[in-house]
Ligand binder design. Structure first.
Ligand SMILES: Nc1ccccc1-c1cnco1
Length: 250
């Protein structure tokens, strides 16, 4: 997978050089290119924004730098044999980013991220490129950020870990919260490791029992309890029949 990010804060994307994404890049599973939007400005102040038509607070990111940047990045990608990318526009007014969307995006050969600052990008930029490539306007949550770069890091990590070979066997995403199966849509329950006692706190006996059926049932019940407490909205999406089937297997 090829990833391109166009941003006025390229250094904000330095975390893409470490950990899971950094290792995937080193292994050639990800080809990441970070571009400084100001490389496509030609005035003395490297201007990328201006006041909004219609008035109002803040500044809007201008069309020309984005148009020149995206044309250049697309040309480079096509020249090096990449297939059509999807344009990913982090925005608070976008479609919620979910594991389902992460899976959808992980199937694409090329993602092109356009994190915006200020009040956002002039709408004509999105409208222009939506005539050529799929555009996903994506929100990572209902809160206000100063810009979309943090969202790029979140989306990139969620997508990269789904790419074949990126997660080792020990880190399988089979048991992820939100992964398909009987635990789908459930939050993960509590986890424990050595030492067996810490500051007077022990381990739930069932986890020391060696009875895999009882352990699986306990973990399922803990996940249900945690989901009911923290995310009752997810409970409605659970398939109760999957639990009955799972109970029979435990
Ligand atoms: N608040 C923001 C400001 C600028 C670009 C993206 C966001 C965003 C994305 N998901 C939630 O917020």
């Amino acid at each position: 997978m090829r990833l391109d990010v166009v941003t006025i804060f390229p250094e904000y994307l330095d975390p893409l050089n470490v950990s899971l994404v950094g290792k995937a890049r080193a292994r050639g599973q990800l080809d990441v290119h970070v571009h400084d939007l100001r490389s496509w400005t030609y005035d003395r102040h490297n201007t990328v924004d201006d006041t909004p038509y219609g008035g109002g607070p803040g500044m809007v990111m201008k069309t020309e730098p984005w148009g020149d940047a995206l044309d250049s990045v697309l040309a480079d990608g096509y020249e090096t044999g990449s297939h059509a990318p999807a344009l990913i526009v982090p925005t608070p007014s976008g479609r919620p980013f979910t594991q389902e969307l992460a899976v959808e995006l992980s199937a694409r050969p090329w993602l092109l991220f356009t994190p915006a600052r200020y009040e956002g990008i002039d709408r004509r930029v999105i409208d222009e490129y939506a005539t050529r490539i799929p555009v996903h306007e994506v929100s990572i949550g209902d809160y206000v950020l100063a810009g979309g770069e943090a969202a790029v890091l979140v989306i990139t990590e969620a997508v990269a870990r789904l790419l074949p070979g990126v997660l080792g066997n020990a880190e399988s995403h089979r048991d992820d919260s939100f992964a398909p199966g009987a635990m789908a849509n459930l939050l993960e329950g509590p986890v424990y490791t050595k030492p067996p006692e810490w500051r007077g706190r022990g381990i739930p006996d069932v986890l020391l029992s060696g009875h895999h059926g009882k352990i699986a049932r306990w973990r399922r019940d803990e996940a249900l309890r945690r989901t009911t407490a923290h995310r009752p909205d997810l409970i409605e999406r659970c398939d109760p029949k999957a639990f009955d089937k799972k109970d029979r297997e435990m």
